[in-house]
Design a protein around this ligand. Structure first.
Ligand code: A2P
Length: 258
């Protein structure tokens, strides 16, 4: 029987900014998850496991696990985790969970994935899921960050997904990617909420405005971002779904207290 917490080995680490890094590890083949879910991962500190919730950015068919993290200088875990190197051990709980799963949404036309900061992590996994392209006509990934450099990890994952030798062909006609910054000049600027309210997002992408009759939404970001997006969706008649009662949107907090 496999253990509740598995030890994996770090395969690669990449630092994106002073505040952001990503890393991949080996994967126990018995570890199963749904794309979009998270699990508890961490390090042994003073002989005890120190674990925090992290979404897998890798898809459930990949043979490694990948994660995207902020670095909190005095954070109990990330102050240590940011120094991990190839070959180090990482603890991975074998019990994944999470609300950003496709079965919590009723069928629809377009799927919007609205994220800020490290909230893009679960969507990196979802955009690699062939099933999502069977269920929806367009997948619209929106990533809002303060600065251009904060977008880099998401940009790479999107580029790799579009180029993927097996799924690239089904992804290319359906995936729309809209990165936007708020504190630096860029080709798209403004908060997600403002871009939706002003209709700019839909104009730029050439799609019709959000409609609860046929659009579905997944949200992942800071508590304030979630509050504002949920209010915006509810005003448009969207209801929150769950696995027992699927509806038009689902939300998850980006895990930042690390
Ligand atoms: P802003 O720069 O205007 O605060 P953070 O790093 O604070 O989590 O922010 C990540 C991104 O999310 C930033 O672009 C930020 O914009 C944006 N953001 C913060 N709060 C909200 C909100 N309530 N609704 C939409 N976007 C938000």
């Amino acid at each position: 029987m496999s253990k509740a917490i598995q030890e994996e080995s770090v395969v690669s680490v990449r630092h994106w900014t002073d505040d952001l890094f990503s890393f991949s590890t080996t994967r126990d083949p018995a570890f199963r998850f749904l794309n979009g879910q998270f699990t508890m991962i961490g390090l042994t500190v003073e002989n005890k496991p120190l674990l925090r919730a992290y979404s897998m950015t890798s898809a459930n068919y990949e043979d490694h696990l990948e994660f995207f993290s902020i670095k909190v200088q005095n954070g109990p875990l990330t102050s240590r985790l940011q120094h991990i190197r190839e070959g180090d051990r990482l603890l991975v709980s074998q019990k994944p969970t999470g609300t950003l799963v496709q079965d919590s949404l009723i069928p629809g036309r377009n799927l919007y994935l609205f994220s800020t900061g490290t909230g893009i992590a679960p969507f990196c996994s979802i955009i690699k899921d062939p099933e999502v392209y069977e269920r929806f006509e367009k997948i619209v990934l929106v990533h809002g960050c303060r600065r251009v450099a904060d977008l880099a990890y998401g940009e790479l994952v999107v580029a790799q997904t579009l180029d993927h030798e097996l799924i690239g062909e089904i992804v290319r006609p359906k995936l729309l990617y809209y990165p936007t910054t708020t504190r630096e000049a860029y080709r798209n600027t403004g908060r997600i909420t403002d871009l939706v309210e002003a209709g700019k997002l839909f104009e730029d992408l050439g799609v019709t405005s959000l409609d609860q009759a046929h659009d579905r939404v997944m949200l992942c970001g800071s508590p304030m971002m979630l509050t504002d997006c949920v209010e915006m969706l509810k005003q448009r008649g969207f209801e929150e779904g769950s696995q027992s009662k699927p509806a038009q949107f689902v939300i998850e907090k980006a895990f930042v207290e690390k």
